[in-house]
Design a protein around this ligand. Structure first.
Ligand code: EPU
Length: 332
């Protein structure tokens, strides 16, 4: 276990904000987590993963917890379905690579998403037509309120588009491990337009295609600080969509009709069509290859640069289309 006070979080958030927390604890097992002196820890308590989907808006006065529970177990009994248990601190993409390498289907479309397994379960990470909820069967947690271990089925996790019961519970449940269900039987999911013509002969081949698409659109986390998509894609009514079409002055507004008749419009398109690609504020910028992403362009952007750029993007899109963009990135 590592426990530090007045700790610099720069290496724990992919936006690379230079912020501190009063206390930082990295624990290696559920037993260590359970035995923390909860009443004495600086409050509030915030659990993070790799810090790839959050923005610290200032120094954090409480305790930041981080899991190093890193076991991965699976038994291949020759059945079509292979159950996999993974600790919350396992790097998601390392697990995805391992599963694809074993010829197991399910994780390939979620390749190269930064972050750790625990955060993947909280956020319901998604890309290229697949969400975490499609491969998870159950989630094991530590309940901070009742101070005991508990388990949830996937139905109990309340998953939606980047939503879950864990997010709603606002930190009450700390994910310790997940149970996934992978498939031996080929199950390529190629509905996303960029995947239509790829080699889908193995999970590894699909993984490689997904990696190529991500590398062409999204900033390389090694080079440029960001937290991936900064905004959610808005889901709007048909009437609001008509207003967008009218304001855009074209019928060619990209959109996806969802079950139930609501319409998802790419926030990237809304931002792009407002001419905001490459827009800057201090050291922060709207990424020019994928305007859904805000980047720490200078390497020394401050939280207020990012917040001001966010405010401007939201205001500009709202003024033109009457649609309010909501951040996907958690603000702390
Ligand atoms: N677009 C533009 N201009 C651009 C780029 C994109 O107009 O410069 C429009 C195009 O119409 C394009 C559409 O945006 O077809 C959608 O773009 P893309 O397929 O790249 O996906 P996205 O909707 O922008 C979402 C996720 C990504 C995920 C991709 C692929 C959210 C908030 N983001 O982005 O997730 O990788 O789909 O499935 O849902 C993340 O969460 O951090 C993330 C990267």
């Amino acid at each position: 276990m590592i426990k530090e006070y007045d700790y610099d979080l720069s290496a724990h958030n992919t936006f690379r904000m230079k912020v501190k927390c009063a206390c930082y604890i990295k624990y290696d097992s559920i037993e260590e987590l359970e035995s923390l002196p909860w009443d004495e820890l600086p409050k509030p308590i915030k659990h993070i993963g790799e810090g790839s989907n959050l923005l610290f808006t200032k120094d954090f006065p409480g305790t930041v917890l981080h899991s190093a529970i890193r076991h991965v177990k699976y038994v291949d009994l020759g059945l079509d379905e292979v159950p996999v248990i993974a600790g919350a601190g396992v790097k998601w993409d390392a697990l995805a690579a391992e599963l694809c390498g074993h010829g197991l289907w399910g994780a390939e479309n979620l390749s190269l998403i930064p972050g750790e397994v625990g955060a993947a379960a909280v956020q319901n990470i998604g890309a290229y037509g697949v969400e975490f909820k499609d491969i998870v069967k159950g989630v094991t947690c530590y309940d901070l309120l009742e101070r005991r271990r508990c388990k949830f089925t996937v139905e109990q996790c309340g998953y939606g588009y980047r939503e879950s019961m864990f997010k709603e519970a606002d930190g009450r449940y700390i994910v310790t491990s997940v149970l996934l269900r992978l498939s031996r039987v080929p199950r390529p999911r190629l509905e996303y337009k960029g995947l239509a013509d790829i080699d889908a002969s193995s999970p590894m081949a699909v993984r490689q295609a997904v990696i190529d698409i991500r590398r062409s659109k999204l900033p390389d986390p090694e080079d440029i600080g960001s937290a991936g998509s900064f905004f959610k894609n808005p889901v709007i009514s048909a009437v609001d969509f008509l207003r967008v079409v009218e304001a855009a002055g074209t019928d060619k507004v990209p959109h996806y009709v969802l079950d139930g008749g609501m319409i998802k419009v790419p926030a990237a398109w809304l931002i792009d069509s407002c001419g905001l690609k490459g827009e800057t504020e201090g050291g922060a910028a709207v990424y020019d290859k994928q305007p859904l992403v805000i980047i720490n362009a200078s390497g020394s952007a401050t939280p207020s640069d990012i917040l001001e750029l966010e405010r401007r993007v939201v205001a500009t899109v709202h003024a033109r289309y009457g649609i309010t963009l909501h951040p996907e990135v958690e603000h702390i």
